[in-house]
Ligand binder design. Structure first.
Ligand code: KG4
Ligand code: ZN
Length: 339
């Protein structure tokens, strides 16, 4: 059983031998819309209310009974501390009551593992681009649960999803900004404004990411539009094009630099239609195999945490101690967290 509660989604999933048996997801997103972002205390209270019912519906969906659950994995970090605590407490209670091992896992390793549920085990070496609300990283991954993960780059400031959310706000589009911009951009012209691609100069770090300057560039454009004929949809499409171009270019550079021919794109922003299309086009031209999970597995869910738990169980990994706590910021080195 995988338990996810790092942000505003309460997710429970069941995975056995790499196969997703069933899952359930409850979201408190509607309660955050009027604040324009996730309010941690509201998210935590919603997790408390949703946790047990979501476990029940996921069990039903998987056609499982409690006594058939062999191990519990839970997102121990990173994420909102109050929200993480709810999942960790619930997972500990379940593991203790069932007498099964508990595994604290890293949320971002979960995002990467989501892909294995649809495309099978990762190859010996892959480049993983994580683009989520809190992270934008390029990772060199060998074995997801056995070998330490190498960070080729992490964003210097805002994450890609954060940029989508902030720009949506600037454009008056509803939270969460990613899906709003994606939808709005369909009516716009992606070539209307050529926003400067961040960190793409000769002297910039070849794999580096930075999105706060792009957000400011959009803010400046909105404050003083140069062309009155440019619509909100045009700005959304031009911004989205800039992010897609940047992340796909850098991800392919990482593949070349590392001599790796598989690119995996995961995290909430991997649901973006333009990023998916552009990555497909350019990977196919570069002879790189592209793996992106279906949209519902890109955003936070319990199945991805169960997927990592299942890999750890099959690997014979040592369970985490029952004193494991929530770690709101923890770097991704190993999929398993805690002593
Ligand atoms: O991975 P995720 O569900 O949560 C974190 O772990 O952060 O990612 C959430 C982020 C949000 O910033 C949201 O705006 C973005 O993913 N997102 C998208 C799309 N769907 C979700 N960004 C761009 N296009 C989308 N279609
Ligand atoms: Zn996430």
């Amino acid at each position: 059983m995988g338990v996810e509660s790092s942000c505003d989604e309460t997710g429970i999933g069941f995975v056995r031998d790499g196969v997703l048996l069933g899952e359930s997801l409850a979201s408190s997103i509607d309660e955050h819309v009027r604040f324009g972002g996730v309010v941690p205390e509201i998210a935590a209270r919603a997790h408390v209310q949703a946790m047990v019912p979501t476990m029940r519906t996921a069990l039903d969906d998987a056609g499982l009974a409690w006594h058939e659950v062999g191990a519990v994995a839970v997102t121990a970090g990173p994420g909102l501390a109050t929200a993480l605590h709810v999942g960790v407490a619930a997972a500990k209670a379940a593991a203790l009551a069932l007498g099964v091992p508990l595994y604290g896992v890293h949320h971002l390793a979960g995002h990467a593992a989501a892909d294995t549920l649809v495309h099978g085990p990762l190859p010996e070496r892959s480049i993983v681009l994580i683009v989520s609300g809190g992270h934008t990283s390029l990772l060199a991954v060998d074995d997801l649960v056995r070998t330490p993960i190498r960070h080729l780059s992490d964003t210097l400031d805002d994450a890609a999803g954060e940029a989508f959310d902030k720009v949506a706000r600037l454009l008056g589009l509803p939270y969460p900004g990613g899906p709003s911009i994606d939808r709005c951009a369909r009516e716009g012209d992606p070539t209307a404004i050529r926003f400067t691609r961040p960190l793409m100069g000769q002297r910039d770090p070849a794999l580096g990411f930075s999105f706060s300057g792009l957000k400011s560039a959009v803010a400046r454009y909105v404050a003083a539009p140069r062309d009155p004929g440019v619509s909100v949809a045009d700005i959304a499409a031009s911004f989205q094009e800039c992010v897609a171009d940047t992340v796909v270019t850098k991800a392919l550079r990482a593949c070349r630099a590392e001599g790796v021919d598989t690119l995996v794109i995961v995290g909430g922003v991997a649901a973006n239609s333009r990023i998916r299309a552009m990555a497909e086009e350019r990977c196919s031209a570069a002879g790189v195999e592209l793996r992106i999970p279906p949209m519902r597995l890109c955003t936070d869910n319990g199945a991805m945490i169960a997927a990592i738990g299942d890999l750890l169980v099959r690997e014979g990994a040592r369970p985490s101690s029952s004193s494991i706590g929530a770690r709101s910021s923890v770097p991704l080195e190993l999929a398993r967290i805690g002593e």
